[in-house]
Ligand binder design. Structure first.
Ligand code: HEM
Length: 439
């Protein structure tokens, strides 16, 4: 195993790009201000280029669409297991909460991955779309009710960041008293390394309690179904896969809702969206998935051996990331022979290959319903800041506004919501979105 030489940034990829190119930083204000300018510069170096994803961590980034597809499907050459790479990374590195190994589907290959994946797929398949839509609409109305009387709000902190986790806690049968801990734990995972480690530990703690409870007393919820699945996951395996679903599902769904709302509020092409209905929300979502996919640079893979990929030498164990954002926006589109650009069948926002997102349909339904509810409940909704002055989430992995301050006409009461009902007080009855798990 060739690990990075001492004194060089961990995961440096001398073969990728032209040696004279300094790795381009994909974090900090310059990247946040102009990610697509960065992707253009990287593409000029070839299908793969060296980037810096944290002060001491380099990676090789795939920016070419065809190379991205080839990599994501090539399980013979690449593994998802980061442990060889991770051995050369400082334990307090800010990228480890996202890239560090955990015993889940995301970091497994072959038969181990197939077993976890089947259990996850079958569990998510139990989600009934019409029940999910009703659940999301109810949670959305309650969240809107927490700020609708004020005439102002932050649609990220008060809405997009909270909604997906409330949906997960409800469907997995989390006790109402633990819901806030799950929300804090999963949203904290993407923060600084120190907070993220504590957040993950707390999330695992709450989910462990839930799994123990449902093992003893199965209910009509997705946790009970996962435990009863023929894959026969033990308690720790179940805890890890549920934690993965919540953390992998929370952040990108938040980002998709936030990015789509921002487009609708700031892009004149969506003028009059308040009365535009579902088509407009769908167009905004589609546009985001093509141009600013919620996971911008992810799909971490590691060559199993020294190899050459699309003409670029790679070393065994080095970190290779896929830029879903750069591949999607390649010009001329590499997808032109495959699908119409405005459709959703060819972009890589959901990735492709064995680790493609298993939750595309529920995620789209959640985002669409969340946007429809907001735009139909709040009148005269507009951004309260100049779009140029918006803050973006830092870091290489996500493309999403950090906040979305808005103003609107204050509401006395929200239609269909008892006054004063808060999301924390949602009655998390069981089997809201699932079928009969033990049946
Ligand atoms: C807008 C929303 C979403 C987007 C854009 C998205 C995108 C993705 C992408 C690109 C991957 C591959 C990541 C990688 O290989 O590093 C992935 C994996 C995954 N996603 Fe999603 N996702 C979304 C929502 C969700 C939701 C709501 C859930 C759960 C209910 C979910 C569960 C997962 C899981 C479990 C994996 C790992 C699959 C595996 O390794 O086999 N995602 N997602």
């Amino acid at each position: 195993m060739n690990l990075p030489e001492a004194g060089t940034p961990s995961g440096a990829a001398p073969g990728a790009g032209t040696p004279s190119h300094e790795p381009l930083p994909l974090y900090g204000p310059a990247f946040a201000a102009d990610p697509h300018g960065h992707y253009r510069r990287l593409r000029a170096q070839g299908p793969l280029a060296r980037v810096r994803i944290a002060p001491d961590i380099d990676a090789t980034l795939v920016t070419d669409y065809q190379a991205a597809v080839d990599l994501l499907r090539d399980t013979d050459t690449f593994t998802k297991d980061p442990r060889a790479w991770q051995a050369g990374v400082p334990a307090d590195s800010p990228v480890l909460p996202v890239l560090g190994h955990r015993p889940t589907a995301l970091f497994s290959d072959g038969a181990v991955h197939a077993r976890y994946r089947e259990a996850i797929n079958d569990t998510l398949a139990l989600i009934e779309p019409h029940l999910l839509r009703a659940e999301v609409a109810g949670i959305a109305r309650r969240l809107i009710g927490t700020f609708s009387a004020t005439g102002t709000g932050d649609l990220i902190a008060q809405y997009a960041r909270r909604l997906p986790l409330h949906v997960f806690t409800s469907s997995f049968g989390v006790a109402p008293g633990d819901t806030e801990r799950i929300v804090r734990g999963a949203s904290g995972m993407m923060d600084t390394a120190e907070d993220a480690a504590a957040a993950y530990a707390d999330l695992v703690g709450v989910v462990s309690g839930l799994v123990a409870e449902r093992r003893a007393r199965p209910g009509r919820d997705l946790t009970s179904y996962l435990l009863a699945h023929p894959a026969g996951l033990d308690d720790d395996e179940a805890v890890r896969q549920i934690t993965l679903i919540m953390s992998a599902g929370h952040d990108p769904t938040t980002n998709l809702i936030g990015n789509a709302l921002l487009r609708m509020l700031s892009d004149t092409r969506y003028g009059g969206f308040l009365h535009g209905g579902a088509m407009t929300a769908q167009e905004a979502i589609n546009d985001v998935l093509w141009r600013d996919p919620p996971l911008a640079n992810m799909g971490a893979h590691y060559p199993r051996r020294d190899t050459e990929f699309h003409g670029v030498p790679l070393r065994a164990g080095q970190l290779v990331l896929v830029s879903f954002a750069a591949a999607n926006t390649q010009s001329p589109p590499a997808t032109s022979g495959l699908a119409v650009r405005s459709g959703d069948s060819a972009h890589l926002a959901w990735s492709t290959g064995p680790h493609r997102c298993p939750a595309k349909q529920p995620a789209l339904l959640m985002a669409m319903t969340a946007i429809e509810q907001l735009t139909s409940q709040l009148c005269d909704l507009e951004l309260a800041v100049d779009p140029e002055g918006l803050l973006w989430r830092p870091g290489p992995f996500h493309r999403a506004p950090a906040h979305l301050p808005v103003r609107f006409t204050p509401l006395d009461t929200l239609p269909g919501t008892p006054a004063g009902t808060a999301p924390g007080s949602v009655d998390h009855g069981q089997a809201r979105v699932g079928g009969t798990p033990n049946g």
